[in-house]
Design a protein around this ligand. Structure first.
Ligand code: GRF
Length: 220
């Protein structure tokens, strides 16, 4: 088993929206015994409510407007500089609505996590709840994964599976999936901060053991 990290694990969170996942991370890192510490929250949108959540929690915030840059590479280079000023061990995407360049993803290889509202590899991209309902799926959920150059395609760390009810709408499903996101994202971040989670050549490793292709599964 890997030796556990004893010192703090500084985390930078990137978001574009309401930041309920950020809130779950803030709450979980404030429990006293978590080695994860959110050093900064960065958004590409000045009006993202997630920035307000961070300010309310006394966390450093930055805004970098992608519209002020010519092209993805230029924005990602400026974003990298902004992130690296905080020297984080981990970068967490929490509803960051940008496609990342290959250079950005490579720079943070093995220390970049994302959460996605579907049971990957199903339903990469948007409108996942609607698509799960249209397909008649009986199960749906969310996934935390390491980010690689393939959009929503990196090695899975943990998935939460929920049953789809007959009367579900995209909204009701989204609400229940969100509830699960708030459980599994803090869990994965904590594993990483404790030195238990890493990215190996074959996939995600937990306590030095290769996780199944689906990641660690949680069923409710
Ligand atoms: C979540 O559904 C997450 O899975 C996706 O973006 C959404 C962010 O929600 N990547 P919130 O801003 O954390 O509430």
């Amino acid at each position: 088993m890997q030796e556990r990290m004893s010192q703090t694990c500084d985390v930078v969170v990137l978001l574009s929206g309401t930041g309920s996942n950020l809130q779950a991370l803030i709450d979980s890192t404030r429990t006293g015994d978590s080695p994860a510490r959110i050093a900064a929250v960065i958004s590409n949108r000045a009006d993202a409510y997630g920035l307000q959540r961070a300010r309310d929690a006394g966390i450093d915030t930055r805004c970098l407007d992608h519209k002020a840059f010519e092209g993805r590479e230029a924005f990602d280079a400026a974003l990298t500089e902004m992130i690296d000023a905080f020297n984080p061990k981990l970068v967490v995407l929490a509803g960051f609505m940008r496609i990342l360049s290959a250079g950005f993803v490579r720079h943070y290889q093995g220390r970049l996590l994302n959460i996605h509202p579907s049971l990957l590899p199903k339903y990469k991209g948007l409108h996942t709840h609607q698509r799960a309902l249209e397909a008649g799926d009986t199960e749906h959920g969310c996934s935390v994964h390491f980010v690689t150059e393939e959009l929503d395609g990196g090695p899975l760390v943990v998935q939460a599976v929920i049953p789809v009810e007959l009367q579900d709408s995209p909204q009701s499903l989204a609400q229940r999936v969100h509830g699960q996101e708030h459980l599994i994202y803090p869990m994965a971040v904590r594993w990483f901060a404790e030195g238990r989670l890493s990215l190996g050549e074959q996939g995600a490793l937990l306590d030095g053991k290769l996780l199944a292709a689906s990641g660690h599964l949680i069923r409710t």
